[in-house]
Design a binder for this molecule. Sequence first.
Ligand code: NAD
Length: 479
Amino acid sequence: MPKKVGKVTEDLNLQNIVAAQFDEAAALIKQPRGLLEQIKKCDNVFQVNFPVKLGRKLHYFSGWRAEHSHHRKPLKGGTRFNPMVTQDEIMALAALMTYKCAVVDVPFGGSKGGIAINPKDFSEDELEKITRRYTAELIQKNFLGPGVNVPAPDIGTGEREMAWIYSTYDAFYPGGIDNLACVTGKPVTQGGIRGRREATGRGVQFGIRQVFRHLEDIKATGLEPGLAGKRVAVQGFGNVGYHCAQFLWEQDDCKIVAVAEHDGTVWNPAGLNIAELGRHRKNRGTILEFPGATGSVKNAKAVLTVDCDILIPAALENQITLSNVSEIRARIVAEAANGPVTPAAERELLKRGVLLIPDIFMNAGGVTVSYFEWIKSLAHIRYGRLERRLEELRGESLVLHLERSSGQPVSPEVRTILQHGASEIDLVNSGLEGTMANAYEEIRNVFKRRKRIPSLRTAAYIVAIEKIAMSYRELGIFP
Ligand code: NAD
């Protein structure tokens, strides 16, 4: 939807935004135009209007599942329950999934789905019926299955909904040995993987850490090196926002100076206690009136303009636009949400030397750990189960050997490290950290070494497009 800001009109349609981002990168690489067109276009989109009987009334719902690219299978992407969901938005988010998977070398094509509902308007029983009926529609049209299309959580959905999706699929295909792999983000007790719930926020933490390893990049923003003590503002205290705030606060000594939810912003220049803020929200249903805050306002967008070093939009798209970009004071904007910064706003930020870490890299932790979960579901075994004890035994013998040969006891810290066998969460975090670090290095190399690349976002698109192009070229075209 074009929006007028002063004399300028800004297009806020996410599909047009993603297409423009793609075009900017495509113009800088040598690939046949037809192939680029094939990569850019959404392969297919399924739209469904379905009835559900709730109480004595019949309700109609609109849902979608878009499949952007089949260069790798299955296709992968979240399921969004939000009243503002549209077909264009779902198609744009599916495209972002394709590029994101390529950036982090996750061998899936991009997909996305959603239903235009506000989950808060329905009871748990009603949501279960709606989710199951939507799932049945996807199954009937072959838009769901372990080798076909594998949903995951997104805005308004979580482990509970993923368990319903799995259970519905399992009812349609009883005895299917790989049924668990039809969806990721399941509860751990239902074949999910440890670390998936917090994976996107964890990936944001790992990604920001990797950026901070490059002193020259940090200095170019005007910030001092080192993540400790950095002032961070987070918009959205849901799955992604809560976890990245928690990790940056607890493990990197960042000061979380402001947090926003849909109903307002709270702040404290000395830093908010994120664990207590989380408890306050759980008990009171809002972050407002948090005793540990020095100020609060019933304005969700106020968080964007607070004085901070790193701003993490982790809620919705189109949050930083031409109308508020001049008020952004952060030196780094880390896009944890999909599409939170419009292209015109991004150009302004870049002119001011702000480092923008793009969504197709920054929030790729979720799909990375979803990939690990999908493999776990197909393998039918928890990561680390076979080798953990062996590693512990090796560590114990090593400690014994060291102590015998040196005549000194090994310190308790070193003993703990050596005798620790990797558990599932250790392996998931190790795989995620390595993935985020590699992906950032790849993007940064393109950004630094090639000419005329204006931003990390364009560099990330170039990385993605070149990988997808190679895959399509090798596959050829049928018939
Ligand atoms: P979520 O539903 O768990 O959380 C979103 C939060 O944002 C909610 O608490 C909501 O109340 C809040 N919110 C809504 N409007 C707001 C506003 N105007 N200002 C401040 N807060 C507002 O969703 P999520 O899974 O955390 O997703 C957040 C973003 O991250 C989305 O853009 C999503 O597409 C993206 N993302 C999520 C994942 C994942 O694994 N969940 C993965 C990749 C990307």
